[in-house]
Design a protein around this ligand. Structure first.
Ligand code: BTN
Length: 285
């Protein structure tokens, strides 16, 4: 820590605007004895971008930023993440594990399992995971995860890991942009009821706090749960690398969260998440 007063910075940055029912006292009431600190915003560009900057300025581990709306929500592979107000949870949490980037290759998998736990605890259904970072229900996307590391340029050790998660809570089908309408879902569409976003946020925080404690020590049991949740395994998939497409059978997840596949020529290979997009042959899943 470099002696920053994060509370003063946050007070300065937070405009006092409507957050459509998101409030820190309801979140706090569901957090139990979890010591992580949640800061709410009505609108930001991207909670991940903001938290990466705060990480460099010395924000403590356990800092969580949540916005009612993002104007520049980011997804994996440079995509945007639609983040309208009043309906979703746009969430970033900071952890500071003492390790190298190589030792955190499984982080996105660990977060995905933790988010399945959180949704199940909050809303009573467990999403599946579309390798590597999408939460899905019934072949549609419920949410996504974007983990980003801040590294010490001299030692290449991790200064911080920003865990970004976006979850669709209260959209109805017509609320989604036409471009994603056929492939998007929300907790409300799954349960049939309007959902309380404060409860989900509290469960996400509690789940990530538990995950962080065992992140470097219990990789095997976490990956066993990831394999159970992962709906990609056993599927015939398309692998998209830029303009190139090839087809393969998804066989397993390796110790670093890579997808082990058998290509059509019989060769076995491992696909890592940074480079590709994986789709089912006839649908997004
Ligand atoms: C994906 O679907 O590829 C990942 C989406 C991650 C979106 C979340 S919303 C909160 C955080 N801030 C961002 O800009 N992105 C993540």
């Amino acid at each position: 820590m470099m002696g920053m007063d994060i509370n003063a910075i946050m007070a300065e940055m937070r405009p006092r605007l409507d957050t459509h029912g998101l409030n820190t006292s309801d979140i706090r009431a569901h957090l139990g004895d979890c010591p992580w600190r949640v800061y709410l915003f009505s609108e930001v560009d991207s909670t991940n971008t903001m938290l990466k900057n705060l990480c460099r300025e010395g924000a403590p581990a356990g800092t969580v930023l949540v916005a009612d709306r993002q104007t520049g929500g980011r997804g994996r592979l440079g995509r945007s993440f639609q983040s309208p107000g009043g309906v979703g949870v746009y969430f970033s949490a900071l952890i500071r594990p003492d390790c190298t980037a190589q030792e955190l290759m499984h982080l996105t998998c660990a977060v995905a399992v933790a988010m399945c736990d959180a949704v199940e605890n909050a809303y009573g259904f467990r999403p599946g995971i579309k390798w590597t970072n999408d939460l899905v229900v019934g072949k549609r996307k419920l949410g996504g995860i974007l983990t980003e590391l801040v590294l010490d340029p001299k030692t290449c050790r991790v200064l911080g890991a920003v865990i970004g998660v976006g979850i669709n809570c209260n959209q109805l089908e017509a609320d989604f942009d036409e471009s994603i309408r056929p492939i998007a879902t929300s907790a409300r569409m799954v349960t049939g009821d309007k959902t309380d976003r404060n409860i989900l946020i509290a469960e996400m925080v509690r789940s990530l706090e538990r995950m962080e404690k065992t992140l470097l020590s219990s990789r095997a049991s976490m990956l066993a749960q990831y394999r159970r949740d992962c709906i990609t395994l056993g599927q015939h998939v398309s692998i998209l690398r830029g303009e190139d497409i090839c087809h393969a059978d998804a066989l397993d997840i390796d110790a670093e969260g890579g997808l082990i596949v058998r290509y059509e020529n019989g060769e076995i290979g491992t696909v890592t998440s940074g480079e590709v997009s994986v789709r089912g042959l006839y649908h997004y899943i």
